[in-house]
Write a protein that binds this ligand. Structure first.
Ligand code: ARG
Length: 589
């Protein structure tokens, strides 16, 4: 089905047509139509256009009003203030438009006419290391962006740039070589759990580190092992692969807990670009983009200086010949733009890596690997803080294990679900399942409901609270609607444009009308928090509607049907929006 224009866009089109005939020289000027408290919409753009054309704004507004096509859509319009138009739409137009959108599987959300290919780099933990809250943010924000972009018609390629290469592997591999059973699974390979994998890796990491720090001879052997690894020695690579595989068991168990679908072919870690590193450096050096400085291959920037005032270069190759993080990222850009044909690159990475990405992007531009046809953006996120406002740590000052956090969230959520379980009629299995949906949803929503760039406090009490801007509040709104639908019996949702609407119905209806535009904005701005805010407002407007407007006990059968229609569209919009954020909406809660 072709997309259905929203009521807001029809009104905007009419104002802009009237504006064009009132002031032909303005061309296709934007009337800046916004939702307003005083009427349904306010056109704010006339003022500035009048000034530009040296016309009287109120007179221009009056002329636009005269020429405005009001038929079937606009009920009232008046000039207000220095030259605004206040526009009220008819009840009929609201329901008619919503009905057309409800008939569409995509809820009338338009596809982006100029969609391209986005490669998104997110959910990138490090091999042989525990996942922490920073990896949570990248995974949750990235997954939401993937869904939102795909919904607009963008082709999205996922890349999980896991840290699977580097000098630390010398020590790990050497230790495993000398203690060959350290990564064995007690119950056999079939039984291996994420917990066991991580505890094996942790134990091995600590033991090898201790030996590396205390035993000079081991240190020498570990360093030689790095050389073997880089030279591609088969036995060394085989052991390296065991670390990667073991870590993946662990990563997948965490992603699974997070209710996230990560596909193996999309896991292309740092090592995936090894074959390109030499060439990347060669191209940079030959083109003069990078220069040798004390043996290292560096790219210099006027604008990036260290505290001492000396320029901070991007080091592509170290003086000992080793390649670093930057060489890998530059090679990844070549791969993503050339081989994957990306038109946009998004990196969902901690804000503390911003300088790295600025330098990498600028280097890639100088080298011509990024051109005007390709956009490269770091979707930088802030730090997760503890209740004390400091970076989130355990009481012992260690980084908090992501799994522990998720388990605790699910535990708390299950308690909340259990309290109401009897009233709602949930089985034990449903309590357990809902506990997961609510707990994981709470963690994701807390992360997604503030703009990514900001820090936020990890506060489980607040996250699973039934009141306020939380996912459970949204999930309850959804479940309440579903319960009304179940109780409706043979009364069905049917739109009745002929009915007069109560204020709460109009407010809900007009907000529903904005879903398509909101999705477009969240996609264009890489801002999942805007979707979260929209859904929260939708739930609040629904709560008001629910309090003011009896649904099944409404005055007439038509009114029952029309209210069921609003309920149904609200539920579908909520559930679609939550799904885009990676959050489930249980039918009963
Ligand atoms: N593994 C890195 C970390 O844990 C994040 C990787 C980000 N992506 C990239 N292309 N550099 O901090």
């Amino acid at each position: 089905m072709a997309s259905v224009p929203s009521l807001a866009s029809s009104v905007e089109q009419r104002v802009s047509d009237a504006l064009a005939s009132a002031l032909p020289e303005a061309g296709a000027a934007d009337p800046l139509l916004r939702r307003s408290d005083r009427a349904d919409f306010q056109a704010n753009g006339i003022l500035a256009l009048a000034k530009k054309a040296k016309a009287n704004p109120r007179e221009l507004a009056a002329t636009v009003l005269e020429g405005l096509d009001k038929s079937g859509v606009i009920k009232e319009v008046e000039v207000s203030g220095p030259g605004f138009l206040n526009i009220t739409v008819s009840d009929e137009a609201i329901i008619r438009t919503l009905a057309a959108r409800a008939a569409d599987d995509r809820l009338g959300v338009p596809l982006n006419g100029s969609a391209g290919t986005t490669v998104i780099d997110y959910a990138q933990p490090n091999v042989a290391k525990e996942m922490h809250v920073g990896h949570l943010r990248s995974a949750v924000i990235g997954a939401a962006m993937v869904e939102i972009l795909e919904f607009t018609g963008e082709k999205v390629i996922r890349r999980h740039h896991i840290g699977d290469w580097g000098t630390q592997f010398g020590m790990l591999i050497q230790y495993l070589l000398e203690h060959p059973h350290e990564l064995d699974h007690k119950g056999g390979d079939e039984e291996a759990s994420g917990e066991e994998a991580m505890s094996n890796l942790n134990r091995l990491y600590k033991a090898s580190r201790a030996l590396f720090d205390s035993d000079e001879e081991f240190k020498t052997r570990a360093r030689a092992r790095v050389v073997d690894l880089q030279a591609g020695d088969p036995r060394t690579l085989e052991l390296w692969q065991r670390f990667v595989d073991e870590s993946k068991i662990y990563f997948y168990s965490v992603f699974n807990k997070l209710d996230m679908d990560i596909q193996d072919p999309d896991v292309v870690g740092e090592s995936g670009y090894n074959d390109m590193l030499v060439e990347t450096c060669k191209l940079l050096e030959e083109s003069g983009v990078a220069v040798r400085s004390n043996g290292a291959l560096c790219v210099f920037f006027d604008e990036y200086k260290g505290p001492d005032g000396n320029p901070t270069p991007l080091i592509v190759q170290k003086s000992d010949g080793g390649f670093g993080y930057a060489a890998t990222d530059l090679s990844a850009i070549r791969n993503r733009v050339t081989d994957l044909a990306a038109t946009s690159l998004i990196y969902v990475v901690d804000a503390r890596q911003s300088l790295h990405f600025k330098m990498v992007f600028e280097t890639a531009r100088r080298a011509g690997w990024l051109n005007d046809g390709v956009k490269a953006v770091q979707l930088a996120f802030g730090t997760v803080l503890g209740k004390d406002g400091k970076p989130f740590k355990t009481r012992e000052g260690e980084t908090v294990r992501l799994v522990d956090l998720l388990d605790e969230a699910v535990e708390r959520a299950t308690a909340v679900v259990r309290e109401k379980a009897e009233k709602v009629g949930l089985t034990e299995a449903e309590i357990v399942e809902n506990g997961q949906y609510v707990g994981i949803g709470a963690v994701k929503y807390a992360d997604l409901s503030t703009s990514a760039a900001r820090d936020y406090k990890f506060d489980l009490d607040q996250m699973v609270s039934l009141n306020g801007d939380t996912s459970v509040y949204l999930q309850y709104a959804y479940a309440r609607i579903r319960s009304i639908m179940r109780n409706a019996g043979d009364r069905k949702p049917v739109a009745h444009p002929e009915l007069e609407l109560a204020p709460a119905e109009r407010a809900l209806g007009l907000h529903l009308d904005g879903f398509g535009a909101l999705i477009e904005e969240a996609a264009a701005d890489y801002a999942p928090h805007k979707l979260a805010a929209y859904l929260y407002q939708l739930s609040s407007l629904y709560t008001t509607f629910y309090a003011d407007c009896p649904v099944l006990k409404a005055d007439t059968p038509e009114q029952v049907e029309n209210r069921l229609f609003l309920c149904d569209l609200t539920a579908r919009t909520l559930s679609k929006g939550m799904a885009l954020l990676g959050i489930r909406t249980p039918e009963k809660l």
